[in-house]
Each structure stands twice: as C-alpha cells, then as structure tokens.
Ligand binder design. Structure first.
Ligand SMILES: [Zn+2]
Length: 228
C-alpha cells in the first residue's frame, strides 16, 4: 500500500471508530439527539450527553477505556488522574488496560471564592511528584476548564502531563492548554440563546428534564455550576 492510499484509510478508520463509539453511547441512553433541550446555562440545544449514564455498562466502559489505553500504550505512564465519578470509572478502565500498570488517582472539584478549582487529596500527594508521568482522563470535555486546572495541578507538583484521553470532546480544537486531546467521539453541537433558538421557532416543546434532574441531585451550595 502506498502512503497516498493509506491516508484516506486511516481517516475512514477514525470515522468508523467514532461511529461505533457513538452507537455505544446511544445504547447506554447517554446521548440524546433530535430533541429541544434546556441546558443548566439557560441555553437551548438539540443534542445532549447525560454524563451519569455514560459508564453504566461495565463491559462497554472497559472497551472504551481499552481504546484510550491502547492509544497511549507507547508512552510510560505512572498515574492516571481524573475528577468526578464518571471520569473515575473510565479512568479505572484506562489504567487497568495500560501496559505500564499506572496507579489511579482522582482530584476533587469544588468552588472557592466563586472560582472553580481542583484539589489533590493529601493522601495522593506522594503519588504525584517531580517527574511523575501523568495521563489525564475525562469523560466529557466541554470548555476544557477542568483539564486546564488538572494540568496546572500536575505541573505545580513538577510532574509531567503525558497526554489527555477523553470519551467525548466538544471543543473545536483537539488540544487544551497546548496538550493534545485524544477522544473517542469529537463532536460539538450548537447551543442557542432562547431568543435565537431555531427549535423554539419551530415550536418544538422544550425538554426541561435534564435541568430538573441536575437541580434535584445538587446536595449543597458548594456544588459547582456549569460544565467541564
Ligand atoms: Zn429553543
């Protein structure tokens, strides 16, 4: 095969892989399309990912984690670092499948003085220190804010971010703070302010279910607002 032939094949492979992963997420019920959805931000959208459902089927999660681990298999990794329950489950699967047998560590998300932050629990401090090679794993990357905070956390400890693996990337650029993001699905969907929403114009009923669910499980005022 000549290099000229190989390139379209690789592009097609990526397309096919993405389609398979999208089908998996549809099967878990996490991906909603062809709807008119109110987001926590007040914006409207036609598509939505319900993060809590993404990791409900262990064999699927293991398969998805293995794909991310395979992508990073050529690099030694000491620690897989993530935040949040869904990302931690996926991270476990990535760490389990990576040939370096990395440890799994999570940072806690919170808000201090109105600013979002991530903190490494004290018992993990000895696991991320000078020279530690860290793979960051997230389920959904929307704005990249959480990843930026994780990168800062790792670099403050003079450890090294080897890469970023994600299930779904909504950002246009395949990088966060100069670090490439490898994602199983790369797909952004437009969100609209209500007064400029084409779905409102079509008089589609507005689905407020996701915002209601999110508010119902918010335990305290310390819970963060917004998305990843
Ligand atoms: Zn609308």
């Amino acid at each position: 095969m000549t290099p000229a032939q190989r390139k379209p094949d690789a592009a097609m492979d990526a397309e096919v892989r993405e389609k398979i992963h999208l089908e998996i997420l549809k099967r878990t019920g996490a991906y909603h399309a062809n709807d008119h959805i109110l987001l926590p931000s007040g914006q409207h959208t036609g598509e939505f990912i319900e993060k809590t459902l993404v990791t409900t089927e262990p064999s699927f999660t293991e398969g998805l984690g293995a794909v991310i681990a395979k992508h990073f298999a050529q690099w030694p990794i000491d620690v897989v670092l993530s935040t949040g329950p869904g990302a931690s489950i996926l991270s476990h699967c990535v760490a389990r499948a990576h040939p370096s047998r990395p440890l799994l560590v999570y940072a806690a998300k919170g808000i201090t003085g109105g600013k979002r932050k991530v903190t490494l629990p004290a018992e993990f401090h000895r696991l991320i220190r000078e020279g530690t090679k860290v793979l960051l794993v997230e389920d959904l990357v929307s704005t990249g804010t959480t990843l930026k905070l994780l990168i800062e956390l790792v670099e403050r400890r003079r450890a090294q971010v080897v890469g970023i693996g994600a299930l779904w990337r909504r950002t246009k650029k395949a990088e966060v703070a100069g670090k490439p993001v490898f994602s199983l699905v790369s797909r952004d969907f437009p969100t609209y302010p209500p007064d400029a929403c084409p779905l409102c114009k079509k008089e589609m009923p507005l689905n407020e279910e996701f915002v209601k669910r999110r508010e119902a499980r918010r335990p305290s005022s310390t819970q963060e607002k917004g998305e990843n």
